[in-house]
Ligand binder design. Structure first.
Ligand code: SF4
Length: 278
């Protein structure tokens, strides 16, 4: 007999719910094409479902043949926004308010003369958007980077919304001794922070963890990484089909967590299957 310990908070966060609602609302209202700039969220099952409803992801704007483009919750850079408008496409902005806040705080720091750093993943669309809004005047750093301060003045710091609090704290520890003034905005999303705390707590109580969500989802991958760092045997799956019974042989307690872009139906299927195995 195996016990299942479910995280208190799983599945879509408010930013993802809002993005999907905005896309569906415009789909209902118009006969015109509705596109999303890249995948609306980092979950292939949801993206395919939306495609079936007529909400089509495009990787390049040249693929869009008139109509609306929904900007996803991670946001886009101002150049992409300009490109959408110049092509005569209409914008539905589903950028999460917390991502917008990170963009605004980065712009504020740069405008006020701070040499600004962003803790995050350089290639992530959210970070590309933040870099774009500051005209490329922020430096992206990650946990392992050695940080060099170029100017002997004021230093500013923000984080990608899905970073761990630990990464932001590590960056503060690196930067503070190198400058006389450090201005930090905590731009980490509280949903992300809460879920990371929860996976850390669960990892200490179970002997295996199942993390459900898109393999390209930054917040889901981070949940899996935290669980592994806590020394817990961790399986990151996208759908129920990836579950293997033999992962749980000899395991008494199994934790289940899911990312902010994981739909409830995928979570339900995994929990049902785990109950059968248990
Ligand atoms: S994880 Fe947080 S920042 Fe990202 S979309 Fe959801 S609420 Fe917004």
């Amino acid at each position: 007999m195996m016990d299942l310990l479910l995280a208190k908070d799983m599945g879509f966060c408010f930013g993802v719910k809002r993005a999907i609602k905005l896309a569906r609302d415009i789909r209902k209202k118009t006969e015109e094409n509705v596109y999303t700039m890249g995948s609306l969220i980092h979950n292939p099952q949801v993206v395919e479902k939306l495609r079936g409803e007529g909400i089509v992801p495009v990787s390049d704007l040249s693929e869009a043949d008139g109509g609306y483009v929904v900007i996803r919750s991670h946001g886009v850079s101002p150049e992409v926004r300009k490109d959408i408008k110049e092509r005569g496409l209409k914008v539905i902005d589903a950028t999460c308010p917390l991502v917008k806040r990170a963009q605004e705080k980065a712009m504020e720091l740069v405008k006020d003369g701070y040499e600004t750093f962003v803790v995050g993943e350089r290639d992530h669309p959210e970070v590309e958007g933040i870099v774009g809004y500051t005209g490329g005047r922020v430096q992206v750093i990650n946990v392992d980077d050695e940080v060099e301060i170029k100017e002997d003045g004021k230093v500013g710091l923000i984080a990608q919304t899905t970073q761990s609090m630990q990464s932001l704290e590590d960056a503060i520890i690196k930067l503070l001794p190198k400058t006389k003034e450090l201005k930090v905005f905590n731009t980490i999303c509280e949903v992300t922070d809460r879920r990371q705390e929860e996976v850390r707590r669960l990892a200490g109580m179970v002997d295996a963890m199942v993390v459900i969500g898109g393999k390209k989802s930054a917040n889901t991958s981070r949940l899996a990484a935290i669980s592994r760092n806590e020394g817990c045997m961790t399986h990151h799956i996208e759908t129920v089909d990836e579950l293997k019974e033999d992962w749980f042989e000899g395991r008494d307690r199994v934790g289940v967590v899911a990312g902010a872009s994981t739909p409830y139906w995928v979570i339900d299927e995994v929990i049902c299957k785990l109950n059968e195995i248990a």
